[in-house]
Design a protein around this ligand. Sequence first.
Ligand SMILES: [Zn+2]
Length: 174
Amino acid sequence: MKYLYLLAPILAFFAIIAVYFLIQTNRRPIPHYEPKEFVFDAEEYLRQLKMQHKPLDSSGVHRLLLKRTRQKVGVYLESLEPALDTIGLEIVNVYHSVMGFDYVPVITSGNDWPYHARKSKHYENKAIDFRIKFLLNEEKKSIVDLATKKLEGRARVIWEKGPMEHLHVELLEP
Ligand SMILES: [Zn+2]
């Protein structure tokens, strides 16, 4: 047992090796996170909405509508009927299918405009207007036709012409 004194340095050597490997295994590269470009697909969103037994709560749908549109200054949409939020998103989808995916529709009126007819559904939070006047005539026509078809039985779509041209969408009473 005259070499017993060698045991301590040998154990120390293996201990160092063990620590070295532990450090190496901890040096795995940190997974690189690459955010995917977020593209909002209204069609897909609505499909999900229909698949769920309980759709997004209405404030979620409302926030989404505000996010996917621009609103003219002064437009008041905060008390909008929840059903109209969903319909608004469907209109967004119609704009997308006619104008392309990058198009951001503009809501020009909710319950805000003093010039609506006195009994207008705008004052009951049951109507919204979309900007349409800067589009080409055939684009306007496609949007009106598609929206009318899509919302049949649920909402009335009116192409208001004249100097205040816009797309008026109002809930049909049950
Ligand atoms: Zn209107």
